[in-house]
Design a protein around this ligand. Sequence first.
Ligand code: NDP
Length: 327
Amino acid sequence: MTKVLVTGASGFIAKHIVRELLDKGYEVRGTIRSDKRKGEVEALFPNAQIEFVKLDLTADDGWDEALSGVDVLMHTASPFPNGDPDDPEELIRPAVDGTLRALNAAKAAGVNRVILTSSCAAIYKDSAKPPMERSTEANWTDATASYVTAYEASKTLAEKAAWDFANEHGMQLTTINPGGVFGPAMDPNFGTSLELVEQVMNGDFPMLPDINLPVVDVRDVAYMHVNAVDNAETIGERFAANAGALTMLELAGPLAAAYPDRKISTRKAPNWLLKIIGRFDKSVGQVVGNLGRNSDVEASKAERIMGFTYIPSVEALLASAEYVANT
Ligand code: NDP
């Protein structure tokens, strides 16, 4: 039986991946960094024999044990906070060094097949493309550009490091590059991903910036990771995962319609106002970096090669909203 190591098994996306792997008959080993989070994953799969190894992206301990005896490395773990830290290296170092720790341990253990969770954030801020043009998987975010966040840089640099390593050592790498991942959570620890939906539903934004974000359902993201394991056509390829970008207004509109009792704003914030506020407020400053830029990414290659049809973006959004509203 094929054994897959899922790093960051406690993550919002990884829990869906673990379910998909178990459903398809794979053996699963997961890495976690705390017993509390291990308990959460075990509680979701009470009848499964999941092995766990404790490790951290920032330390060497545990990696050899984690990779020993597995057939496939699925590296999903990476810091994904809601908002950038003051020092970008707080995100970049764990993302890049953790990826290289995972790949070095895989190489040492003779594990040649790797699926990496990257992001559309590693694609859509390519300085070489006209800002309002839709990206393709050939684009790469310019990690040094002033309008790129620390998180976007961390995903870009980690994915680049992975391709360099895989090419140098002849490893079979596939990257899955999701847009904003919505859809249902498996438990209330859904991380940053559904926080945007939660914030819009709670009326935290009095006005909405004129920006868009690529959107994909977590169930499709899990399907893609697992399909790649045995799909030889995916080797050496990047796969954007995106059912179609939504503007913030397109995101808030269906939420306001579905939850009329909530005070959900559907007013557009003027760009000039955001630019002024962004000088003083870091989180608004990050949004300003997206004004006048199209974050949509062409993502039909996955449907063709992996044989599925994306759950529509608004359906993914409403599935998140339903979970948030009932939690
Ligand atoms: P989560 O925050 O839910 O999961 C992140 C996982 O990484 C958790 O298991 C977390 O462990 C682990 N992790 C973070 N830092 C470390 C560390 N220093 N050492 C060990 N483990 C660590 O996020 P998601 O599930 O949403 O994201 C999973 C992956 O998908 C990430 O690579 C993210 O960049 C990528 N992605 C996510 C998108 C989204 O919209 N959700 C979009 C595009 C890409 P712990 O539980 O202990 O915190």
